[in-house]
Design a binder for this molecule. Structure first.
Ligand code: S3P
Length: 192
């Protein structure tokens, strides 16, 4: 009887420079699009560190995003977000998942465009509604019907997300497929 070969998951790391990546990759896009999950897996594939800007803001403030919105309001949150992202962009190249409004803020967007390689993850509204419905941590979605809010935000924000360097769809399928599509988009992109 021939012995069965053991199955190993493919864990080989791709060198970012082989894809022309020499700077921090910044994932932007609406709430629920999968920036954190996809970002973490992408970073692992590229042997880079991963950081979530919302998580860094919560650590710095020692408060949750909801508490910051409640106590200080959105404007102060955006200022904190800008400071945190600025610090993250100045470090060693890594993968950053940003909060959905970060790239909408003009100053934050300018910093990301200057120092990072931005990727817009996009998905249809029903996927976003389904994914954001799993947790109750997003203050903007508590202000009314989540589907209506997400639709309005998608309409308002898409022209700005579209300023990202690349766009990749993040549909209802497995996140691993999205990661593969990002790697493909990076590989296929024209060097500017
Ligand atoms: C926001 C998105 C959230 C968080 C905050 C505001 C937005 O991040 O930063 O609740 O304005 O879209 P996620 O996109 O990670 O949910």
């Amino acid at each position: 009887m021939p012995r069965r070969r053991k199955h190993f998951r493919q864990t080989s790391v791709i060198n970012p420079s082989a894809l022309g990546v020499d700077r921090t990759i910044v994932l932007v896009g609406l709430m629920g699009v999968g920036k954190t999950t996809v970002g973490r897996r992408l970073a692992k594939k590229l042997g880079m560190d991963f950081v979530d800007s919302d998580h860094e803001i919560e650590k710095a403030a020692d408060m949750t995003i909801s508490e910051i919105f409640e106590e200080y309001g959105e404007e102060d949150f955006r200022a904190g977000e800008r400071r945190v992202i600025s610090r993250l962009l100045d470090g060693t190249p890594q993968v950053i998942a940003t909060g959905g409004g970060a790239f909408i803020n003009q100053e934050t967007r300018r910093m990301i465009k200057d120092k990072g390689l931005s990727i817009w993850l996009d998905a249809d509204i029903d996927t976003l509604v389904e994914r954001t419905g799993r947790r109750d941590t997003r203050p903007l979605l508590k202000q009314g019907d989540p589907k209506e809010i997400l639709t309005k935000l998608a309409n308002e924000r898409s022209p700005l997300y579209d300023k990202a360097d690349l766009k990749v769809m993040s549909g209802a399928g497995p996140h691993e497929t999205v990661v593969d599509n990002i790697l493909k988009a990076l590989n296929d992109r024209e060097v500017r």
